[in-house]
Design a binder for this molecule. Structure first.
Ligand SMILES: *Cc1c(COP(=O)(O)O)cnc(C)c1O
Length: 456
């Protein structure tokens, strides 16, 4: 071990960032605006405000303010679990026999078990500040629903969660954590909404999808007085809140004169990757530094690597705005794989634009190789990683093994977004050797892309 670099690097309380970073301020090509699905015109704040909290709409549309103050109440809540540690993965380096230096930013150190709490508490705060009664949302694997339940209970808000049916059934313990924090959890599709009834009529055996749960949650928000909808990924506001990850990582690295060569994050809707990487990408956009940034997605739901950069619906029910993003089609229903939080068909519009402009690369990895990486990481670094996070571990290990071949001493930073205690059914199928790699065929993807809305 290097005596100068501790195993865990913590910031002191007065070193924690007090502002989020808005990478859009540094982008020459701004992300394309959300469109009204009926008129195909850019959405105005007045049209978004019946769905989202007012301040969050402002953040969503703000392409210019570089730094945004984190509200005092949110900073106070952050103290319960932040700063998150930046860990030097000495044990993993040793196990791999690599000259690379590997660091990970660990966001699993809170009850929700993931980075999602960073945005949940901000979104709940703005709902409370607006005087709302409650919020609705969807959850896939359950991390976002858990995070929002915790945040709502802190501020005394009602929380209604539509949970993708297969997760509702596979992950009863997640459901109970949410209920413990006072949330009402409904499996989706359900017959409590019009859009849910329609989907059930067409696909009675569906195990649900994130896109479908979003449609239900939005409908529930707009049809109840004093409610708004909140989303845990994809949106610009979520990326903004998640930059606390990258800003802390940058500050911790600066303390020890560490400069990463490679920054890696798993990509579902893009919030942790955007949160970790955008402060570094900002330096690239301003011409101050250069990094290799890698997005890692599941081969079962490959938005960046096999999708199209086009306007698409964010939800299966096609009631949400259109976003220009890398998408494999809103009608794509991914196989019931274990990459729960990475099963969204689309991607953040900010990351999509940055990817189109060549600021980072993307790769898709297969499920069994992800769990192989997860198992090694658990055994040598001690933490049981979430399957989603393990996509980033896979890529970090692959990059470190490349360094072993070439002898290069690269510095690798990756986001360890959460823990896997609620994903033991997935670990069981890996341990039993029954896990398979389901990869959509070109025909599957082409069929889904053929249903993209015609815009332009
Ligand atoms: C939700 C989730 C992700 C993926 O979501 P992003 O918005 O792409 O970050 C990754 N890891 C964990 C642990 C999650 O809960």
């Amino acid at each position: 071990m290097d005596k100068k670099i501790p195993y865990k690097i913590y910031l002191k309380e007065d070193e924690i960032p007090t502002q989020w970073y808005n990478v859009r301020a540094d982008m020459k090509n701004k992300p394309a605006p959300l469109l009204n699905p009926a008129t195909l015109q850019p959405l105005k704040a007045e049209e978004l405000e019946p769905i989202f909290c007012k301040e969050l709409v402002r953040q969503e549309l703000d392409n210019d303010t570089r730094f945004v103050d984190i509200p005092e109440e949110v900073l106070k809540f952050y103290k319960m679990y932040r700063p998150s540690p930046l860990v030097r993965a000495y044990f993993l380096e040793e196990a791999l026999g690599t000259p690379a230096k590997i660091y990970y930013k660990f966001e699993g150190n809170n009850t929700s078990g993931s980075h999602k709490l960073n945005s949940a508490i901000a979104q709940a705060y703005y709902a409370k500040a607006q005087g709302l009664k409650g919020v609705t949302t969807e959850t896939g694997a359950g991390q976002w629903g858990t995070a929002l339940s915790m945040a709502c209970s802190y501020f005394g808000l009602d929380c209604q969660v539509y949970m993708v049916k297969c997760s509702y059934e596979q992950k009863p313990f997640r459901r109970e954590v949410m209920r413990t924090y006072g949330a009402k959890v409904t499996p989706s599709p359900s017959n409590t909404t019009e859009v849910g009834k329609k989907i059930l009529a067409e696909f009675p055996d569906t195990t649900g999808s994130l896109g479908c749960a979003i449609s239900e949650a939005v409908e529930a928000a707009v049809t109840q007085e004093g409610y708004r909808y909140e989303l845990g990924s994809v949106l610009n506001q979520v990326l903004l809140h998640q930059t606390i990850i990258g800003l802390e990582a940058q500050a911790a690295m600066k303390k020890y004169d560490i400069k990463p060569d490679i920054v890696i994050g798993c990509a579902g809707g893009g919030s942790n990757l955007g949160g970790l990487a955008s402060p570094f990408i900002g330096e690239m956009l301003r011409g101050e530094a250069d990094y290799k940034v890698i997005a890692v997605e599941p081969a079962s739901c490959p938005s960046f690597t096999r999708g199209k950069f086009a306007y698409d619906f964010c939800d299966t029910g096609m009631i949400c705005p259109l976003a220009k993003m890398y998408t494999i089609g809103s009608q794509f229903i991914p196989s019931a794989s274990h990459a729960g939080g990475l099963r969204f068909h689309g991607m953040s519009t900010i990351l999509s634009q940055l990817y189109a402009d060549g600021l980072f690369e993307a790769r898709a990895v297969e499920q069994t190789s992800v769990f192989e990486a997860a198992q090694l990481f658990a055994r040598v670094e001690g933490t049981l990683p979430a399957p989603e996070s393990s996509h980033a571990i896979r890529a970090a290990i692959d990059e470190a093994l490349k360094c072993k071949e070439t002898g290069e001493e690269k510095t690798i930073l990756f986001g360890l977004t959460g823990t896997g205690y609620f994903d033991l059914a997935a670990y069981a199928s890996y341990n039993d050797g029954t896990m398979s790699d389901v990869i959509p065929t070109d025909e599957d993807i082409a069929a889904s892309l053929a249903k993209l809305p015609k815009v332009e």
